[in-house]
Design a protein around this ligand. Structure first.
Ligand SMILES: [Zn+2]
Length: 412
């Protein structure tokens, strides 16, 4: 039994390697694939036949002959299959149909309507049903569903252990979706998905020690140490938002005091901004307020920062100060080469990146500081969906894509 299992595993691994080679180097001949990967021509031929039959690969064109018949060339075919990526945040559920290059064919955004717990999960299943039904008629085959969500997520078991805002506790979300749709399903924490996407799909493929910090409705991090994502025992590693920057600070929902999330999450920052506005501070931020909209969005805030608005700039510096108190701990614990800041408040906010870089320089042991490069995401505005796709693609196919401003392209 074991030998059969091993053989099957080797065949699957070879298939992944062959498919990845065609994606990367196609158009390419069978003999070139064999040579590049040190595989026997028979192994390549039988795997390629399977891949053609399943629609992952197409034949097209001929190569130059080294004597006999001209070899037929092979190309990757990303559009015969699709995957469904799902991102669940506090305020919205985003569902997208993507091809095997993580390019979006269709995307829908739905408000969470304040739903929580079982009501939210049932709502999600209904939305997915409608979305999936709309995709089924066009002859393409769905290879699976990939879900990402905030909170403590055990990706191996497919469980959302803890999401206090959406009131999810030990929810076996992966199995629920898998059974409901009879499709292979993946589940991961959102920030882990982003750091995996940066590592496998983005500009940081050669970086071995990489940290992704996301600042949004909450604060979280994904940590890659020596090329491996650090997940912890139950998926809870990287809960950066609940590391304290003030032991006498505000009491947090987790029980600790002074958690960084309570200082730099967007709800915390926007609350401080509104307070300053109420005291009569002069700022262009008030131009974004109307009778119907009594809040500031992160991108409006960044616009005000870049326009040099004094209140916005001061608030931005506050964020950098709080953030540096937390990031300095990450630098000393993990000695990363790159720290990526994600979230709307960091987008186009070079002043924040610069301020953080300067503060870290002052607070960190020199050899550690010299290595660290603080930057923003390389995944573009669809980073959530690329993150969801990457969880599935890198696990199923071991795909490695590169991303540029024109979209995702094969890695040459
Ligand atoms: Zn906390």
């Amino acid at each position: 039994m074991k030998r059969t299992g091993d053989l099957k595993l080797i065949q699957e691994l070879n298939r992944s390697i062959i498919l990845e080679t065609i994606r990367k180097y196609g158009p390419i001949s069978r003999s070139e694939i064999a040579k590049k990967n040190d595989l026997s021509p028979t192994t390549v031929t039988s795997a390629v036949t399977e891949l053609i039959n399943e629609g992952y690969v197409v034949e097209g064109g001929t190569g130059t002959s080294s004597g006999g018949r001209k070899p037929i060339l092979l190309n990757f075919s990303p559009d015969n299959h699709y995957l469904i990526g799902v991102s669940i945040s506090y305020s919205k559920i985003t569902i997208a149909d993507m091809n095997l290059e993580a390019e979006i064919t269709m995307k829908r955004i739905y408000p969470t309507k304040g739903y929580t717990g079982t009501t939210l999960i049932n709502y999600l299943l209904r939305l997915l049903e409608d979305f999936y039904a709309a995709q089924q008629d066009d002859g393409r085959q769905c290879i699976g569903i990939s879900l990402i969500i905030q909170g403590i997520v055990d990706s191996k078991k497919g469980v959302v252990h803890y999401n206090p805002v959406l009131l999810l506790e030990d929810v076996y979300l992966r199995d629920s979706v898998e059974e409901h749709f009879n499709l292979p399903t993946w589940l991961d924490n959102d920030t882990n998905a982003y750091v995996l996407a940066e590592k496998n799909f983005g500009n940081f493929q050669d970086v071995e020690n990489l940290i992704y910090i996301t600042i949004g409705e909450g604060v979280g991090s994904g940590v890659i140490v020596n090329n491996t994502i650090s997940r912890g025992e139950s998926g809870g590693a990287g809960e950066f938002g609940h590391t304290s920057i003030d032991y006498q600070g505000e009491l947090c929902s987790c029980g600790n005091k002074g958690c960084i999330e309570n200082y730099i999450s967007w709800p915390a920052t926007s609350k401080r901004i509104m307070k300053e506005i109420e005291t009569g501070k002069e700022t262009i931020l008030t131009t974004f307020l109307t009778n119907d909209k009594l809040f500031i969005t992160p991108s409006e805030f960044v616009e005000a920062v870049n326009a040099g608005d004094s209140l916005a700039v001061a608030m931005n510096d506050d964020i950098a100060e709080y953030l540096s108190a937390g990031v300095v701990n990450l630098v000393h614990l993990f000695n990363p080469e790159v720290i990526i800041l994600g979230g709307d408040v960091t987008n186009q906010n070079q002043l924040l990146i610069n301020a953080l870089q300067n503060k870290i320089k002052k607070k960190t042991l020199k050899p550690l500081y010299q290595d660290v490069n603080i930057t923003t995401s390389s995944l573009g505005k669809e980073f959530e969906m690329v993150g969801a796709a990457s969880v599935l693609l890198q696990d199923k196919f071991q795909f490695k894509l590169t991303h540029d401003r024109h979209g995702l392209k094969t890695n040459l």
